[in-house]
Write a protein that binds this ligand. Sequence first.
Ligand code: NAD
Length: 242
Amino acid sequence: DLGLSGRVAAITGATSGIGAACARALAQEGCEIVAADLRPAPAGQLPEGWLAVEADVASADGGRRVVDAALERFGRLDVLVACAGIYETGALDDVDADRWDQVMAVNLRGTFLCAQAAIAAMRPRGWGRVITLASIAARNGGRLAGPAYVASKAGVVGLTRSLAHAAGPHGITVNCVAPGVIDTPMTGVMGDAAKAQLAGGTPLRRNGRPEEVADVVAMLASERAGFVHGALVDVNGGLAMG
Ligand code: NAD
């Protein structure tokens, strides 16, 4: 038991992949779930009790809307998992200013605005957990990922550390998870051959499952990880070490 029973958790990017797995894992630990996404699951398809929120985290008020929805329904917010993200595989010469801005707006600005709103809601209660999603690409410069994605995820690492300074004194931990190659719709675009090659170069000789990231996120969200703060936690099968 991770001691998460009754906590309220908001997950962005909750309709797919790692975000969906995080929502399931936190629900299994007894959390109330706020599942936010561009295209939230229709109410009828959500597990009972979950709150679906339609929000674009890249918009100026997206993060606040997610947090307000949690406060309105559940009266509090304890955990934010900022999973919403978009991938970019552009070669250097193919990334134009608009694409750069779009990737930054979702991955970096969106993470910032959600965390800012969440921390403001958590502060008065003196307890909170913020978990951001970086990537192995922030560490190794990306193999198939393009420059905007890599820069946005490196930005998330720095942002997490800044947030850790600001939120720590209020009893709110902030940590960053850096997945390697995980089987989700996002990595589907890489193609099977490229994914098999990446799996072959991984010491565990396979790619990861979204649940394997979600289990680490749930641990970081729990009371048991109370002294883990400002950390960058790899979940990559050893694809990048050290
Ligand atoms: P995914 O594409 O399966 O899911 C991402 C979700 O985010 C989708 O449901 C999408 O609708 C949502 N989303 C996109 N833009 C949004 C916006 N502006 N506002 C709200 N929601 C938005 O991706 P995933 O593989 O589950 O990735 C989740 C996170 O993990 C991302 O931040 C990604 O960069 C990171 N990550 C994934 C991998 C991997 O191998 N899959 C590796 C490293 C990091």
